[in-house]
Design a protein around this ligand. Structure first.
Ligand code: 13P
Length: 350
């Protein structure tokens, strides 16, 4: 990709700059039909196309643009419109929010019988990316998922997933899409925070090396890692936000060149409050270290931590048909966005 013509490189870098605007982050609303269906069904709603569209409209027309620079969409949503007939892509662009697209096609075992996974979707990726660009997407996301514990993540899992992420990133940039590179270490397990930290360093260093080998333009890449936290079933008291910030920043300082445009953390099963407080602590600590702005934009690309309470309120709305509950759900979406926008500057006060 460093062989892309200079003008196309410039456009990609400008897109990355827009996505990493001070005090802004991303809303991850790209759950596949199966994943969003599980969340809807938990709330006793049917997983129909119209209910999914209606749920997505709630966020895509909420007042979030002061804190959200981009929304990652699922392919179905990219082609949908508001109830009034405005394409979602246009509704977002009218609010200065860039549409993004999940381009991977989910997980599959690393090899037959393996507990570890690789990600599907490279086969038709170039054609799909061209199509998504034509539909208005300007950035993309590919998620690799790695487990921790019992010898995992294995060297093989790290290597295969890093190579896939780098191949995807190169293809996305060739198609005019800024790639979000997401090597997620899953929170499930009893491991302690230092085990997560070691796995995160191995994984991030391998991903960066693979991106570099493929000539991916780092100034037009966003990374989407998990914060460094212990496993969700780890014994003992939970670490402080300071510990989480310290270990998370250590991993980044040791692994990621400052040329990378931004680090947009996933929430990965943390509560809304934990995710926001930890992001805030990361920004405060990084600003303290440099005496000014951190060397990367450190922000959010949250899914569950931006949606959980909103979904709850919205379900009330559909169940009881109370008109103003919808407005309350949208106000909740705006509040969560704004809290995370503050946390991305280290100014969240609770
Ligand atoms: P969570 O913030 O819910 O982890 O989701 C972010 C995401 O996009 C995972 O791929």
């Amino acid at each position: 990709c460093d062989t892309l013509p200079a003008d196309r490189q410039e456009v990609l870098v400008a897109t990355a700059k827009q996505l990493t605007h001070e005090g802004k982050g991303l809303l991850a609303a790209d759950e596949s039909t199966g994943t969003i269906g599980k969340r809807l069904e938990k709330s006793k709603l049917e997983n129909t196309e119209e209910i999914r569209r209606d749920y997505r409209e709630l966020f895509l027309t909420a007042d979030i643009c002061r804190s959200v620079s981009g929304v990652i969409l699922y392919k179905e949503t990219l082609a949908q419109s508001t109830a009034e007939g405005t394409p979602f892509v246009d509704a977002l662009l009218a609010n200065d929010i860039l549409p993004g697209i999940k381009v991977d096609e989910g997980l599959t075992p690393l090899s037959e019988g393996s507990q570890e996974t690789q990600t599907k979707g490279l086969e038709n990726l170039e054609v799909n990316c061209e199509q998504y660009y034509g539909q208005g997407a300007r950035f993309a996301k590919w998620r690799a998922a790695l487990k921790i514990g019992q010898g995992m993540p294995s060297a093989k899992a790290i290597e295969v997933n890093s190579e896939q992420l780098a191949e995807y990133a190169a293809i996305a940039q060739r198609c005019g899409l800024v790639p979000i590179v997401e090597p997620e270490l899953l929170i499930d397990g009893t491991h302690d925070i230092l085990t997560t930290k070691r796995a995160a360093e191995r994984t991030m260093q391998s991903c960066m090396a693979a991106l570099w080998r493929r000539g991916v333009i780092l100034e037009a890449v966003l990374l989407k890692p998990q914060m460094v936290v212990p496993g969700s079933s780890a014994p003992g008291p939970p670490p402080s936000t300071q510990d989480i910030a310290h270990h998370t920043l250590d991993v980044l300082y040791r692994s990621v060149p400052p040329a990378v445009a931004g680090i947009m953390f996933l929430s990965g099963g943390q509560s809304e409050r934990e995710a926001t407080e930890n992001l805030n602590a990361i920004n405060q600590m990084a600003r303290h270290a440099t005496g000014g702005k951190p060397c990367w934009h450190l922000s959010f690309s949250f899914g569950r931590a931006m949606q959980a309470s909103v979904l709850q309120l919205w379900v009330e709305d559909r169940g009881r048909r109370i008109a103003d509950v919808r407005a309350r759900a949208q106000a909740m979406a705006a509040r969560l966005a704004s809290a995370n926008g503050a946390a991305a500057q280290g100014t969240f006060t609770g």
